[in-house]
Design a binder for this molecule. Structure first.
Ligand SMILES: Cc1cc2nc3c(=O)[nH]c(=O)nc-3n(C[C@H](O)[C@H](O)[C@H](O)COP(=O)(O)OP(=O)(O)OC[C@H]3O[C@@H](n4cnc5c(N)ncnc54)[C@H](O)[C@@H]3O)c2cc1C
Length: 337
């Protein structure tokens, strides 16, 4: 749709910010991408939105906005042990997890209740409770916005890292992801070591743990810790956990024994950003109608009438304060437009 009147994007971002564009196109079938390509739309740096749950909209958008709504789930390959499942990029991530769990196909259950759509999940290699999409990823199909051709990206092509992939780096803004293929197990491996999953399951006295039990435990934990965007606008974790030299982490832990350190390799250690933000005194901080969530210091929130630019300023102030107090730079996990 091309409109003289501003089109509100409030319903298309989980922060709930009232930002406008003038051109909004909905893609529900991948052939529609060819039509937009022929019309020259992709020469004008379009912005792609799927679930809008990893976005901070700070101003009106001058470029065309393209909504990903490509649906469909199909089995593309099956053996006695595994299943390759192909999801249209506009399928809801959580509903896709529920579909797999319902069929007892293992691999996605620890990633229950993450908002957003399938097509965006590989972009930041979504992860939670000890699992990342890269662990079950087989390949994806994407439309090259410059050449108008569909391309396949195998696991190694995606260069997945911690909340990172090739689509956030050298291939940024060059592709529209149309389909994602995941490889799931018909005999699931149960993963309960991470976070409070095992404790929640222990309290239920189960005789045999299924992936449905793991999924339910993850949902229960997430609902108790994270604000529901339908109630308080947010985009989940605003900051990534910083990975710093192990020597620096050891010095930090000596000074602050309560900080948890997670060695990544021989040289690098991950530090919880939430600890840094909380210990810099920002947890629960409110500035007008935006703030830092009272229960989870990683989550910045819109209490209703805040602006994206206010959240951006708050995020930069937190970043600077943490840098001054701990000599650690926090990177944003959320995409800022
Ligand atoms: C309450 C809450 C909890 C969260 N918990 C987690 C968590 O545990 N782990 C985690 O990793 N993330 C988490 N997130 C972040 C978010 O849900 C994920 O990053 C999710 O994958 C974003 O999907 P989306 O469809 O909403 O993407 P969007 O916000 O619409 O887009 C994100 C980025 O991807 C691009 N993009 C979207 N779709 C496409 C496409 N089809 N092709 C090319 N580019 C595209 C956009 O242009 C944008 O740059 C959470 C968010 C919230 C609100």
């Amino acid at each position: 749709m091309n409109s003289l009147n501003p089109i509100s994007l409030k319903a298309f971002n989980t922060f709930g910010f009232e930002v406008h564009c003038h051109e909004l196109y909905t893609i529900s079938d991948k052939s529609e991408l060819n039509t937009l390509f022929e019309a020259g739309l992709f020469d004008r740096n379009p912005k792609i939105i799927s679930g809008g749950s990893n976005l901070l909209l700070t101003q009106d958008i001058k470029e065309p906005v393209v909504l990903n709504r490509i649906k469909g789930i199909r089995i593309s390959e099956e053996t006695n042990e595994h299943l390759s499942l192909n999801f249209g990029a506009g399928e809801s991530w959580h509903e896709s997890v529920m579909y797999a769990v319902h069929n007892n196909w293992g691999g996605m259950e620890n990633l229950s209740l993450i908002p957003g759509c399938m097509g965006a999940a590989p972009i930041q290699n979504i992860g939670a409770y000890g699992v990342e999409i890269k662990d079950i990823f087989q390949y994806l199909e994407a439309f090259n916005l410059r050449t108008g051709k569909f391309e396949i990206f195998q696991l190694e092509d995606c260069q997945f890292g911690y909340r990172d992939s090739v689509f956030k780096n050298e291939k940024k803004n060059q592709y529209f992801i149309t389909e994602v293929c995941l490889r799931l197990d018909k005999t699931p491996t149960i993963r309960t070591q991470y976070g409070d999953i095992q404790a929640v399951l222990d309290s239920q006295n189960l005789t045999k743990i299924t992936i449905a039990d793991v999924s339910n435990a993850v949902i229960q934990i997430r609902q108790s810790k994270l604000p529901d965007p339908a109630e308080i606008g947010n985009s989940g974790s605003f900051f990534k956990n910083p990975v710093i030299p192990t020597e620096q982490a050891a010095a930090l832990q000596k000074q602050f024994p309560s900080v948890k350190c997670f060695p990544q390799n021989e040289k690098e250690t991950k530090i919880p950003a939430a600890w840094l933000i909380e210990n810099a005194g920002w947890k629960g901080h409110r500035r007008g109608d935006v703030g830092v969530h009272t229960k989870q210091a990683l989550v910045l929130v819109n209490y209703g009438n805040g602006k994206g630019s206010d959240v951006h300023q708050l995020a930069k102030d937190i970043q600077e304060d943490v840098r001054q107090k701990f000599n650690i730079t926090l990177d944003f996990e959320v995409n800022i437009w």
